[in-house]
Design a protein around this ligand. Structure first.
Ligand code: GAR
Length: 216
């Protein structure tokens, strides 16, 4: 069997997306493994999720550094030492500098709780409801220097209900986040993902032709 792709997962909190990756990697046939989980915030639940299954964890607290660059140097060193080949941002709530992004260009992916390029930034669900759009969702994309920008690997659409609150919508989007993160990692690890300009092409992709209409 060929070697598994080595993942480093960066978190800042609860870690439910990290958990979806942990669950996927528990299957022997999954083509990637998590070699390091790093949080920039101490004592978060995501660290416990990793420790429970003996994945090495560390805290690199941005508050312990004099600025973004020394913080990112420490992150880079930890990821490199662990042999990380793909960085997965999973609820990692620090903006990364161009320098760090270029060191991990095409080797760092992010999950964002909207259908990018709509609703970059924070409070996505509140803003999607407020805008009156009929669908929201989530996106996995390669990271580029501009926030929440970069070639899109996978998305899932979630209909917005008329009585949705940001929390109810977030809950249904999160269910889909937990599906598309392992899917995107699997496709990358299988070598099926290539970047052409601002697009991602997935070889042997299966595309459903069904249309979802909302309201029906
Ligand atoms: C997720 O909904 C993720 O999409 C979002 O933070 C949450 C983290 O949850 N990420 C962002 O907003 C990044 N801009 P988790 O810690 O349970 O995975």
């Amino acid at each position: 069997m060929s070697a598994k792709l080595k993942l480093g997962v960066l978190i800042s909190g609860r870690g439910s997306n990290l958990q979806s990756l942990i669950d996927a990697t528990q299957d022997d046939s999954f083509p990637a493994e998590i070699v390091s989980v790093i949080s920039n915030v101490p004592d978060v639940a995501g660290l416990d999720r990793a420790a429970k299954v003996d994945i090495p964890t560390s805290v690199i607290n941005h508050k312990d550094f004099s600025g973004r660059e020394p913080f990112e140097d420490a992150l880079h060193e930890a990821l490199t030492e662990a042999g990380v080949e793909l960085v997965c941002l999973a609820g990692f709530m620090r903006i990364l500098t161009d320098g760090f992004v270029s060191r991990w260009l095409d080797k760092m992916i992010n999950i964002h709780p909207s259908l990018l390029p709509s609703f970059k930034g924070l409070h996505t669900h509140e803003r999607a409801i407020e805008a009156g759009v009929r669908f929201s969702g989530c996106t996995i994309h390669f990271v580029r220097p501009e926030m929440d920008d970069g070639p899109i690997i996978a998305q899932a659409a979630v209909p917005i209900r008329q009585d949705d609150s940001p929390d109810t919508l977030a809950g249904r989007v999160l269910v889909e986040e937990h599906k598309i993160y392992p899917l995107a990692v699997k496709m990358i690890a299988e070598g099926r993902v290539s970047i052409t300009g601002s697009r991602v092409i997935v070889s042997n992709a299966v595309n459903p032709d069904s249309t979802t209409i909302n309201p029906a």
